[in-house]
Design a protein around this ligand. Sequence first.
Ligand SMILES: NC(=O)c1ccc[n+]([C@@H]2O[C@H](COP(=O)([O-])OP(=O)(O)OC[C@H]3O[C@@H](n4cnc5c(N)ncnc54)[C@H](O)[C@@H]3O)[C@@H](O)[C@H]2O)c1
Length: 327
Amino acid sequence: MHVLITGGAGFIGSHLAERHLANGDQVYIVDNLSTGSLSNIDAFRGHPAFRFDEADILHWSGMDKAVAWADRIYHMAAVVGVKKVLEDPVAVMATNMTGTERILRAIHHGGWNPQVVIASTSEVYGFNAKSSFAETDDIVLPSAGRLRWAYAVTKLADEFLAFSYARKYGLHIVVVRLFNTIGPNQVGHYGMVVPSFVKQAVCNAPLTVYGEGDQTRSFCDVRDTVVALDRLAGCPEAWGEVVNVGNDQEISIRDLAELIVQRTHSQSPLHFMSYRDAYGEEFEDVTHRRPELNKLRALTGFAPEWSLRDTLDDLIKRECTKNLRVA
Ligand SMILES: NC(=O)c1ccc[n+]([C@@H]2O[C@H](COP(=O)([O-])OP(=O)(O)OC[C@H]3O[C@@H](n4cnc5c(N)ncnc54)[C@H](O)[C@@H]3O)[C@@H](O)[C@H]2O)c1
């Protein structure tokens, strides 16, 4: 199979590339390396079935040819991370919406019909006060002007673009609402909590917890996530659908910080910081974000293999090894 991955040098994209190369597929990645990195794809760069273009999906001249070549496309390229979204909302709007439209238009204009996975996010559920979210639940977003929600709005627009192309032109597209995903290759610079905590704990530095730490999240190991995405892409019943992807085990951010300190045998204290100090006035957080996974299970039989504890132990081991190499 020919697999095109936009944003393939990023966290999730690089794991998709690894999975498909291991399956004997040909993999073509495009990435502008804005948050992705060459180190995520170093291991594949000499591989005969691997190709990488450093380009921006908004201007990439190779898009039509790559889309024609592909049997499957994972569209992962996006501006992500709370910090980036607040710093540059214009880039968020352009990349996340125009980039997606460009890919879908190229597929349709070429007359192609690859399997397509469009990455959306649990953020689209917005302020819905439920403690867990099913795909049929309402989307509740605050009214105009709160730029913190720019990311959710662009991803919701992507969902509607995908449904429009799927319904009008019969394209084989599945939209995945990804919940918090963690694992190797994820970096903390852009506001991702687990890599930040692990790094802080390994160095015995204070772990910065925003608010009181009562907010809960559900973390899915990326090595489970890519199994779900692979199965959904190839599942005709999933085409034209939106599907939650994640793990439904929930933990508060304070308990997560304490667990990481405990697993690291670290001396790190917890340092509580208000959202206002961390992100300025613009920021509003969501109290709970747990996926309901009935649809994913029914379509794919998916069951995560990685427990949170196993993923954390793996990440802690990797961080310690990295520090030893530097020292
Ligand atoms: N990691 C999560 O927990 C999570 C949760 C919800 C949704 N998602 C979605 O999953 C996808 C992958 O996220 P990730 O966590 O791997 O983030 P990531 O930042 O590691 O990956 C995104 C990749 O896209 C690339 N990119 C950004 N703009 C680009 C452009 N204009 N042209 C080409 N490449 C560009 C970046 O360099 C990066 O490699 C994103 O669409 C994101 O919105 C991720």
